[in-house]
Design a protein around this ligand. Sequence first.
Ligand code: HAM
Length: 425
Amino acid sequence: MSKLLQAVRGMNDLLPDQLVVWQHVEAVTRATLEEYGYRELRFPVVESTELFARAIGAVTDIVEKEMYTFADRNGDSLTLRPEGTAVCVRAALSNGLLHNQTQRLWYQGPMFRHERPQKGRYRQFHQIGVEAFGMAGPDVDAETILIAARLWRRLGLDGLRLELNSLGSAAARAAYRAVLVAHFERHVATLDAEAQRRLAHNPLRLLDSKDPALADLIASAPSLLDHLDAESRAHFDSLQQSLSDAGLAFRVNPRLVRGLDYYNRTVFEWLTDRLGSQDAVCSGGRYDGLVEQLGGAATPAVGWAMGVERLVALVEAAGRAPAASAPDAYLVLVGAPAERAGVTLAERLRDAVPGLRLTVNCGGGSLKSQLKRADKCGARHALVLGDDELAREVVAVKDLRGAGDQTSHDFAALAARLHATVQAR
Ligand code: HAM
């Protein structure tokens, strides 16, 4: 295929058949989030590079090697958003949404990361995310996690595992960092250059390294959970209690540290075994320092984002994809007078039958070829209008999915029959 026709590597077209599942996932998610009192926020796809560097952290995979960054015509450095949290905070702050009030917000849309594409990992991918601002307690951590659990149930998914950890306060983490660095420094000879660089700049990230050479060192590393401050400990205990009370199973994973620097206290991931190595479907946590770090008043916050591609793949694998919606009727128009009359007939039918899915044959064709098109698009009925029907002021209705019977109706009877079809689907 010519290069011109190829989409950019790692970026996908989403075709009508695929979008049936996407729209189902989006509709279920939207309804669920609204039930929990979350309101949608939309923000730009492009932001200043500085926003992401400051919020996500300079020594992270995303900021160091995955951002799509470019200079615009004024010479300003801009970046295609690699995630939504930093932008959500920026938008909420700049529009005064965080002033003396709590907020429950959600967003959806494309995100961009220059990662190595593989199944479940793309360079343009889609997230749906929630962010709750102004609530410091573990109750809202539990709420966001329970929203996700409800979503899995509504989408018919089982087999998603919840892993939880607490990163503690900034001070506790700083103390732990020193202990962790001492641990790895004792074995510095076994660290490659990249691991040594991490050790110097962001040692916690060594804990979720997938490098097999580090596995033993990571397993024997001191646990962050043994270094939590008392308040974070109480917060984490209370969250676990709430989740248990709600009947939700989870595993505490002391090595779960997340790849973005803004987190403190609760972090979590929903994981699956069904998507190969890209196993995180929904990830998030608490980021109590970020609003202040970006220039707002100190505001506790918690949220998550899920990867829509991964969720869609799970819904398909579980056989829970809904059927594509087919037209209720296909209007077959044979001959020039019928073609002319058909335009008005179709509009009158749409007025008379709310919700009617009606496809009108455009571009002529024989009766036979039009009936073929009607069948191919999956329509329930073919409505046939030709010279004979025009003269008798009726429309012939052929049932394409049932017994194949054909009857003639005047307008009122036709509208009534189509109304019944719409109701029954
Ligand atoms: P994240 O873990 O970087 O967190 O991404 C969240 C989810 O997006 C992942 O669990 C995964 O399902 C999906 N995802 C990430 N990268 C890709 C990719 N290259 N291809 C396909 N799917 C991907 C965040 O972005 C945080 N902003 C989440 C958050 C919200 N934390 C607090 N609030």
